[in-house]
Design a protein around this ligand. Structure first.
Ligand SMILES: *[C@@H]1O[C@H](CO)[C@@H](O)[C@H](O)[C@H]1NC(C)=O
Ligand SMILES: *[C@@H]1O[C@H](CO)[C@@H](O)[C@H](O)[C@H]1NC(C)=O
Ligand SMILES: *[C@@H]1O[C@H](CO)[C@@H](O)[C@H](O)[C@H]1NC(C)=O
Length: 539
């Protein structure tokens, strides 16, 4: 694989979603999956075996997950905290289907690092801190019970430094050739349909031609210029891309903190409110002078996570209503998930606060070093939060280190939407389907009550850390839905499928710029209600 390093760039990206009729919106629900997996989920990546690789860092000492008997201890004489040996894990593989986890081994420090998934489905993780700042580590997506029980990070004590420069707080953006560009510092970004990189930092953005190193276009300052990068950590997404990408890709940047907040917190002058604003801008298309449209969120948020949902909406979750990112630098958790509907007309309120029903558990307080990723079943896995230099539990701290994992189920998973929930019956979700560029994907799905608009979306799972989902993107695909033909029956003959069965003929994007090679989740969306996804491999 090709890894290209570029210093001092940051970015973001996203696209916009299709027109869909409004849905009844209840409040979603929280579920505590694991009270403790022993490691705080600073970084998370879903792989196509429906397992989430999460990891923290190694430079703070023992985690709360001791290796099982027989598992070799970490013995890194350069370790800052435990140079004589560390028999605890700093990475975990979480199996979504069985709600179980197991310890994984990383050797050098992965603090505030970055990653992406290579076209073959291997997680490629880069950089970190201290002895890990120039490392590259690989974690395969294993299948088959023997592999699954023993697969682990490839990192060995003898591995050389391979990055040309140290990468701490970097972002990896997957490129059309399947390699990745590594940027420092963190931000928001995404490649776009025109093949340039959109790079956003604090309040300014450019289109960058990474092949020539030229800035192709500079965008105006976002809003009043308040900063959105760490520690004034906003979040961002490339809004869903439509089949005809020439309509223009759009980026949405939300939250952050006023420029003076970091100083105020550092000098003990309290915790100023976070920003309530988002900026949305067209980053491709014919407009020679695109400008930011500023929108107001229902509540202030810094250190939020923005997650593209299968139906093209954006979930904003986690974070604080005041302060900034850093050790004990925020004071009030924002407990309310918000949905943003990119397809609602300009001037309408595109935000909706979700109010989980009575009986749903209360979310754990997740501020600095939390993360959130979309799962194939439409839930959002939420974990991490540790605004302390070490693991701190118990009384006396406002936000104890969180070792738990929760699932947030957005409103579309409420039982009231069951009749309108599609299910893909063919291909089976048990193994990924391969489809070439521009190829056709035939889906058979069932849905009791069909909406006027049925869409098919494909979603790239993100590497999420520090309020940014690296490589997150969603495409609405061209689709034709019809009643299926008679189906052959074993032993001869044919039958008409059930009344609620439909055939979808889906055209996959023809461009590696739109959809770099690799694994995607594909969903059928009835109105706003998505099916569970299937994995599709593009190569
Ligand atoms: C983590 O380990 C520490 C030290 O053994 C212990 O005090 C604490 O209760 C553990 N916390 C959790 C959440 O398991
Ligand atoms: C770690 O490795 C060193 C030599 O590299 C060895 O002397 C030491 O005993 C090892 N420690 C543990 C806990 O395995
Ligand atoms: C995409 O948009 C362009 C420009 O509006 C148009 O010329 C083209 O026909 C469209 N293609 C499709 C497949 O709709």
């Amino acid at each position: 694989m090709e890894l290209v390093g570029f210093p001092h760039l940051v970015l973001l990206a996203l696209a916009c979603s299709g027109a869909i009729s409004p849905a009844m919106s209840a409040g979603g629900s929280w579920e505590l999956l694991q009270d403790s997996v022993g490691v705080s989920a600073m970084h998370m990546q879903l792989l196509h075996n429906d397992r989430v690789i999460l990891f923290d860092r190694t430079n703070f000492g023992a985690s709360n997950l001791t290796f099982p008997p027989g598992h070799p201890c970490r013995n890194n004489t350069r370790d800052q905290a435990l140079p004589g040996g560390d028999c605890t894990a700093h990475s975990v593989e979480y199996d979504v289907a069985s709600n179980t986890f197991r310890a994984l081994s990383i050797f050098t420090d992965t603090w505030c690092s970055s990653g992406y998934v290579a076209p073959d489905g291997t997680l490629v993780q880069t950089g970190g801190w201290g002895d890990g700042i120039r490392k590259v580590r690989l974690m395969p997506a294993c299948s088959g019970s023997a592999d699954v029980a023993s697969s682990d990070w490839s990192e060995k004590p003898t591995d050389p430094d391979v990055l040309a420069a140290g990468r701490w707080y970097a972002t990896n953006q997957k490129l059309p050739d399947g390699g990745a560009i590594i940027h420092v510092p963190v931000p928001v970004r995404p490649p776009q349909p025109d093949g340039n990189l959109f790079v956003f930092s604090n309040n300014r953005a450019v289109l960058f031609d990474y092949k020539t190193g030229a800035v192709v276009r500079a965008f105006p300052t976002l809003g009043d210029g308040a900063p959105r990068n760490n520690p004034n950590a906003g979040s961002s997404v490339l809004l869903p891309l439509k089949p005809n990408a020439t309509e223009g890709a759009e980026v949405l940047v939300c939250g952050g903190a006023p420029a003076s907040s970091n100083d105020a917190v550092a000098k003990g002058r309290g915790f100023p409110p976070a920003l309530t604003t988002c900026g949305r801008i067209k980053i491709t298309g014919d407009d020679p002078n695109p400008s930011w449209v500023v929108e107001e969120m229902p509540s202030p948020r810094v250190m939020g996570d923005m997650v593209l949902l299968p139906n093209g909406e954006v979930l904003i979750v986690n974070g604080a209503t005041d302060g900034v990112a850093g050790w004990d630098s925020a004071n009030t958790f924002n407990p309310t998930p918000v949905i943003y509907r990119p397809d609602l007309p300009v001037g309408t309120n595109r935000f909706e606060e979700l109010r989980p029903a009575v009986g749903s558990t209360t979310p754990r307080q997740r501020t600095y070093h939390a993360s959130a990723v979309l799962l194939r079943d439409g839930r959002v896995l939420v974990g991490g939060s540790n605004p302390h230099e070490f693991y701190v539990f118990g009384e006396g701290v406002k936000f104890p280190t969180e070792l738990s994992l929760e699932a947030f189920s957005p409103y579309y998973l409420d039982a009231s939407n069951d009749e309108r929930r599609p299910s893909i019956v063919d291909p089976s979700p048990s193994s990924p389907v391969s489809v070439g560029y521009g190829g056709q994907l035939a889906l058979l799905f069932r849905v009791p009550v069909r909406d006027a608009v049925v869409s098919v979306t494909m979603v790239a799972p993100s590497f999420t850390t520090h309020s940014f989902a690296q490589n997150q993107r969603l495409l609405f695909l061209e689709v034709q839905v019809s009643k299926p033909q008679k189906l052959p029956v074993v032993g001869g003959g044919a039958v008409l499928p059930a009344d609620d069965a439909y055939a979808a003929s889906v055209t996959m994007p023809g461009s590696k710029v739109l959809a770099p090679p690799g694994y995607y989740m594909v969903f059928v969306v009835n109105g706003r209600i998505p099916s569970k996804g299937i994995w599709v491999h593009r190569q």
